[in-house]
Ligand binder design. Structure first.
Ligand SMILES: [Mg+2]
Length: 394
């Protein structure tokens, strides 16, 4: 039985800011939730949001106190129904559901003394191919640190990496792509991400400008929910289009999959609705022949959650071999500075094939360092230990 839920907002300053199309930041943050059962089993989940999201998450968490922790699908459905009337399926509503779902699967695994991927029905994959995300704007947009960073990923053994575009003129960003491609050679998958900063005509123009550099995908060319704009780019870009990192639940993906707004969808376990919802969207994408390459921007908690969700993702089109980027899903592996990610759990390592092994230990298979958790927590942990079934007030 779920007895207590602790919710913390964590934040850490960076020594050096980095930028993307929208802005610069010198801050990383995350919301971590800890669910404790009456027999003392602990489950971890995480999500995005600000200190202001905490009140919403608390009121949603109060609805699961007293529930049986094994009923993760029942609880997902109960919470979604409670939010549905006001269509509150985006942001803090789904943030709470996402973190709770992941934590409940962590508990289910720990109680059964097996990993989450075994709870989900066994592993199709024992390890998941990953690519490095980094190559943001740093040092007043200078090229030299960008190329050094790309060389670093190459030396670590990554077979793919993703860079940012959209803050500079098309000519300047095209030059950055050209230089990165030149330094990493022809055998590495290179992706680029505009974070919603182009109108469709500009995006199509840019895609054509860089089409000679063998780019694997063009991420979020236009506003994430502007289907007309993204579809126009998808139809006219020589490079496949990806998106979906900020979309939530199967209902935000279904029509976009059916209309093929994106060639690749990238849900994030922290805001799509947790591991169980991510699994469903993965299977929906497969049925439409659309690639499924999830987004990751959190700590080891959501990285492990994404690995377990992907362990059960079939290859996209059946063939005798699994080939990353071609028929096998790849997972984003954020490499940008994140003191919370670097200290909260053990660090995940890539093997020589640019893959990360799915943890074997029970549940998520990670240890959360509670001293680090306390150190990064802003204010106090918010405790929810009394049940409430009141209609939510959103
Ligand atoms: Mg992105």
């Amino acid at each position: 039985m779920i007895e207590r839920i602790e919710i913390r907002y964590l934040e850490s300053k960076l020594q050096k800011p980095f930028g993307w199309s929208q802005r610069w930041t010198d801050l990383r943050s995350i919301i971590v939730i800890k669910i404790i059962t009456n027999d003392g089993v602990i489950g971890w989940g995480e999500t995005y949001g600000s200190p202001e999201s905490i009140d919403d998450i608390k009121s949603i968490a109060s609805m699961v106190i007293g529930s049986n922790s094994k009923d993760f699908e029942v609880i997902w459905n109960k919470l979604y129904r409670s939010l549905y009337q006001s269509h509150f399926f985006a942001k803090s509503g789904i943030y709470a559901i996402s973190a709770i779902d992941t934590a409940l699967l962590d508990i289910a695994g720990k109680k059964a003394n097996t990993s989450i991927s075994e709870i989900l029905g066994g592993r199709i994959h024992e390890s998941i191919p990953v690519y490095a995300t980094g190559l943001y704007y740093v040092d007043n947009y200078s090229l030299k640190p960008l190329l050094q960073e790309a060389t670093g990923y190459l030396e670590q053994g990554f077979t793919g990496m993703k860079m940012k575009v959209g803050a500079l003129s098309l000519k300047e960003d095209a030059k950055r792509i050209k230089e990165v491609r030149k330094i990493i050679g022809d055998d590495i998958n290179l992706m680029f991400d505009a974070n919603e900063s182009y109108d469709p005509i500009t995006a199509i123009k840019f895609s054509k400008m860089v089409s000679d550099y063998d780019l694997t995908w063009f991420e979020e060319p236009c506003a994430s929910r502007d289907d007309v704009a993204n579809k126009l780019v998808q139809e006219n870009s020589p490079i496949p289009i990806s998106g979906g990192e900020s979309l939530s639940t199967r209902w935000e993906f279904s029509e976009r999959l059916a209309k093929r707004v994106f060639d690749i969808v990238q849900p994030d376990v922290c805001n799509v609705g947790g591991i169980s919802e991510m699994r469903k969207i993965g299977l929906m994408a497969q049925s439409f022949g659309i690639k499924f390459n999830p987004h990751f921007w959190g700590t080891g908690i959501s990285f492990s959650a994404s690995l377990h969700a992907l362990s059960a993702q079939p290859i996209n089109q059946i063939g005798q071999n699994n080939i990353p980027y071609q028929n096998e899903s790849v997972l984003e592996f954020d490499q940008t500075p994140h003191p919370i990610r670097e200290n909260l759990t053990e660090r995940f390592q890539i093997n020589r094939e640019s893959r990360v092994k799915i943890p074997d230990k029970p549940g998520l298979g990670i240890e959360v360092d509670e001293d680090a958790l306390d150190n990064f927590t802003i204010g106090e942990a918010h405790i929810v230990d009394r049940a409430s079934n009141k209609q939510l007030r959103f």
